[in-house]
Design a binder for this molecule. Structure first.
Ligand SMILES: CC(C)(COP(=O)(O)OP(=O)(O)OC[C@H]1O[C@@H](n2cnc3c(N)ncnc32)[C@H](O)[C@@H]1OP(=O)(O)O)[C@@H](O)C(=O)NCCC(=O)NCCS
Length: 238
């Protein structure tokens, strides 16, 4: 492998934000979530400001990044959510993907940067929140039912590979690390996938349990946005 997988490093916030933004900016259903005139550079810069605070605060989450061996460049990133029963630090679940707590000085610095990139209501700036609500409300309802009926899960919350580094196995490698943790804990894995990720998840044993398609012409959508709710059962230990 020309890259390695490591715990996400908050000091790499700019590179991480670029990977996350650039991989999704090509998707018209994602780009349209931002106010007119917002550029990818805006989104990268504000995401980078919020990232260190988010990474070091959410201890029920696990974060990994892929780094190119030769250039040292961040080329992919994944964020996972642990099920409630594995969050207690005394269980030491997946310690190698747990971002360490920052020093008091860093924590203060991260909080300040986060607040500078967040509006008065604590929300991400430049997002079209009316459209977010139209898009997310039905997804949240389906999600709640799936979690209730099939949980607990290890949830894949975010996966992205830098566009120039796609189709080299980064997405699979990041995904595989989480699946190993899920199997070791006899847990199902859950993801809400966009069409871009569908094939990757099917290749790794996920099955579609629900598909939701939404038209939103009143907000400028020209074609339906589709989301796949997918679950992978744990592999039995042999
Ligand atoms: C989805 C996503 C994370 C996949 O990342 P990736 O790093 O390209 O994933 P992989 O390289 O592991 O696999 C993708 C394809 O490359 C192929 N591949 C893997 N290694 C390869 C190699 N060395 N040479 C050629 N192809 C390779 C895989 O077989 C797979 O092919 P397939 O789609 O025909 O089955 C990436 O496309 C992305 O960031 N998309 C935008 C964000 C997004 O939609 N994320 C998922 C949301 S749910």
């Amino acid at each position: 492998m020309p890259f390695s997988i490591q715990v996400t490093d908050p000091t790499k916030a700019n590179e991480l934000a670029k990977v996350m933004t650039d991989s999704r900016w090509v998707d018209p259903h994602w780009k349209i979530l931002f106010e007119d005139g917002t550029t990818a550079d805006h989104v990268v810069s504000e995401t980078a400001q919020r990232l260190p605070y988010n990474l070091t605060r959410r201890q029920g989450k696990r974060h990994q990044m892929a780094v190119d061996h030769v250039t040292g460049e961040v080329v992919g990133t994944a964020r996972w959510i642990l099920p409630e029963h594995l969050r207690d630090p005394k269980f030491k679940t997946w310690p190698e993907a747990r971002v360490p707590s920052p020093s008091i000085e860093d924590d203060e610095k991260f909080r300040k940067k986060f607040e500078d990139a967040t509006d008065e209501e604590g929300r991400i700036k430049h997002l079209r929140w009316d459209l977010m609500e139209v898009r997310n409300t039905p997804l949240e309802e389906i999600d709640a039912k799936i979690v209730h009926d099939n949980g607990p899960f290890l949830t894949l919350d975010y996966l992205s590979t830098a566009p120039h580094y796609q189709r080299k196995g980064v997405g699979s490698a990041l995904l595989q690390r989480g699946l190993e943790v899920a199997d070791a804990n006899n847990l199902s894995t859950y993801v809400t996938a966009s069409p871009a990720g569908l094939k990757l998840y099917l290749n790794h044993g996920f099955e579609i349990v629900e598909t939701f398609s939404l038209e939103y012409p009143d907000f400028g959508g020209t074609e339906p946005v589709v989301d796949y709710f997918m679950i992978r059962k744990p592999k039995q230990k042999s």
